[in-house]
Design a protein around this ligand. Structure first.
Ligand code: SF4
Ligand code: MSK
Length: 631
């Protein structure tokens, strides 16, 4: 099934790139070619421009070129400092996204646009955080909980609340290492301070601080992003969707929703269902409004509303190349500025909505949360009115699309697992069945496959090859972000994909009625993976690092991915990177990441660009862990 997909997919990709040439459009491939060979210093992480005495490019090869920067910083320090700043930027991005969601919850009201959709989750969180709930209006509770969350960003004392959700053994590791993050903003500020000229000059200390900052993402910003989005917009449940550019519809107004935060996209979904908007679409000659998601926004709206997915990160330019998109609506993160010149070649409107991510040349229609639906309608109206400008002769929509099931929140997974016991007699409501099948060896282990697309790797190829190898070897896959969208496109989140699984996994899939690859959501939803791993560890009275599990980022590209990789390792889970990070210029940093960090956190980084070799390494590490556990 997926082999067939890969060949089909390449055909449509090639067709669109040919169309780009005919239409005189420049794509990322033209720009990549113009870039020629990448800068060797940047690639190794040994270029420093932190102060104006530099930039300093140093050569760690003995006797050749500068050995230290002008201030005396070594390759180890420069590489570690650059990496730490990537972690800070990644943590800031996920966490600022979460802050906005918490603000939205603070303004939620019964008669407003933003409502509480999962009251149980809110009440559970309120009791976890010691907020009184009896005899109180649910919105009063929501506002107090939101205020506590907002204080997690800048509180002067204490450490992050969600850390308490981790297994006791993991908390002890964090305490021993003194890497429990304090306030989220504080960790980001501290690491920026420590990487200023003339501050920390020790690679190990920088990587140690990076882990603390990254944990402020995984167990702070990202977890707040996930939990608060569920409370406001609903905890996802499994539902069918379709993915790939074939979801675009020639007869409808096509709107691409791209970016990350669900607040805007939720309102666009509501606005597009509004009878006034539907009527307007008919009036301009369209059969309706077709929303299609992209990147993490795509994941947010598909798992809560079944909105189809146009594609992942790499396909943002491709979507416009179809000539059939009336508007690309974006908020923050992973948006190519090239969408300006490329949309100018067609009738497509490129609409930015966040003051945090304005792009020169785009149409900026600011999304105001306090009049959210009104703002969303204004944006949708722009798209509809643009339908009449579509040039029929420029339209080419590839036919490829796949169906799949998305929306496996932790709650949904537990509910499915209850199917292994008789749900009418004794629903367990716990992760026990998963722990049992892992212990018994029916499943050898579990992996999270996450992250982006990167032109250094063939589009989606590493994601899909690694997923296929995992499931064939009875390793269940959970996936988020653009990797999850690759899985849907390849048909791997389809329940039929159990045909590709080993016997043990196929049996579990059949009993529990799940596909072998579970779509868990967007990048911030990696916090769901941390939660599941933690629950299995608690159930088995183990630490996360004892479990036969791993994190894999086959085609990562963003600073957010660097933060994720660091918090996953700090959480005790091995992380396999399919793209080499810019750290190879320092032997010490490489040694810490791929070796010494294991003695600290029980997990380490593996760097391997060949997806097949990477998959073999994951499988042998999983067996190593099983052997240690005697299972
Ligand atoms: Fe050069 Fe040091 Fe300034 Fe970096 S901080 S640019 S290594 S002088
Ligand atoms: S959108 S961070 S390209 S996964 Fe979250 Fe995709 Fe990576 Fe952006």
């Amino acid at each position: 099934m997926s082999d067939q997909f890969i060949s089909i997919y390449q055909t449509s990709e090639e067709q669109l790139l040919e169309k780009a040439v005919q239409d005189g459009v420049e794509t990322m491939w033209d720009r990549k070619a113009a870039m020629k060979a990448p800068c060797g210093f940047g690639e190794k992480g040994i270029c420093c421009r932190i102060c104006a005495m530099g930039p300093c490019r140093i050569s760690p090869v003995a006797g050749k070129g500068a050995q230290r920067g002008i201030c005396g910083a070594t390759a180890d320090v420069i590489v570690a400092r650059n990496l730490a700043r990537m972690v800070a930027a990644g943590t800031a991005s996920h966490s600022d996204h979460a802050r906005d969601i918490a603000h939205v919850m603070h303004m939620a009201s019964r008669d407003g646009n933003f409502k509480i959709r999962d009251e149980k989750k809110l009440l559970d969180l309120a009791s976890e955080w010691g907020v009184k709930t009896e005899d109180r209006d649910i919105y009063e509770v929501a506002h107090e909980v939101a205020e506590i969350a907002l204080n997690e960003f800048g509180k002067p004392f204490g450490t992050l609340r969600f850390l308490e959700r981790a297994p006791e053994k993991r908390k002890k590791v964090w305490d021993d290492l003194q890497i429990r993050p304090r306030a989220i903003d504080r960790e980001i500020a501290t690491i920026l301070h420590s990487t200023h000229i003339g501050c920390t000059g020790d690679a190990e200390s920088l990587l140690h601080m990076s882990m603390r900052t990254a944990l402020a993402d995984g167990w702070g910003g990202s977890m707040i992003g996930t939990v608060f989005s569920d409370i406001l917009y609903g905890t996802p449940v499994p539902r069918e969707t379709e993915s790939n550019l074939g979801v675009l519809d020639e007869k409808q107004v096509n709107i691409i929703l791209h970016g990350h935060e669900p607040s805007l996209s939720e309102m666009i979904v509501m606005a597009s269902l509004d009878p006034e908007m539907q009527k307007l679409a008919k009036k301009v000659g369209a059969e309706g409004i077709n929303l299609a998601g992209m990147c993490c926004t795509g994941n947010e709206v598909t798992m809560r509303h079944g909105v189809k997915i146009a594609g992942n990160f790499y396909q943002q330019e491709m979507a416009v190349l179809t000539g059939a998109v009336e508007a690309v609506i974006v908020d923050v993160q992973c948006i190519f500025p090239s969408l300006v010149p490329i949309t100018e070649c067609y009738h497509t409107k490129f609409i930015t909505t966040s003051p945090k991510a304005k792009i020169t040349g785009a149409t900026h229609i600011e999304f105001h949360e306090d009049r959210a639906l009104e703002s969303a309608k204004a944006i949708v109206r722009e798209a509809i009115e643009n339908f009449k400008n579509r040039k029929k002769e420029k339209v080419f929509i590839p036919t490829e699309k796949s169906s799949g099931v998305v929306g496996y929140s932790v709650e949904a997974i537990i509910k499915q697992l209850d199917k292994v016991v008789n749900p009418h007699i004794d629903p367990m409501g716990t992760i026990k069945p998963l722990a049992d099948v892992i212990k018994a060896g029916v499943l050898r282990g579990a992996v999270g496959i996450v992250g982006c697309n990167n032109p250094k790797s063939k589009h989606d190829y590493s994601h899909i090859e690694i997923m296929k190898k995992m499931i064939a070897n009875d390793v269940i896959v959970v996936t988020t972000g653009c990797a999850a969208q690759a899985a849907v496109k390849a048909g791997l989140t389809n329940k039929d994909a159990r045909k590709l699984a080993g016997q043990g996994l196929a049996t579990v899939c059949e009993l529990v009625d799940i596909p072998p690859v579970l779509h868990l959501g967007s990048c911030v939803d990696i916090s769901r993976i941390m939660t599941i791993v933690g629950e299995v560890a608690k159930h088995m009275d183990l630490d996360n690092s004892d479990l036969p599990v791993a994190g894999i980022a086959p085609e990562w590209m963003s600073e957010k991915a660097v933060a994720i990789a660091n918090y996953v390792v700090a959480t005790g889970i091995d992380t396999f990177l399919g793209i080499t990070p810019p750290v190879t210029g320092s032997e010490e940093v490489m040694d810490i990441m791929t070796n010494r960090v294991e003695a600290m956190t029980g997990a380490k980084f593996f760097i391997e660009e060949d997806p097949h070799v990477l998959a073999d390494k994951v499988l042998s590490r999983i067996e190593e862990k099983r052997q240690k556990l005697g299972i």
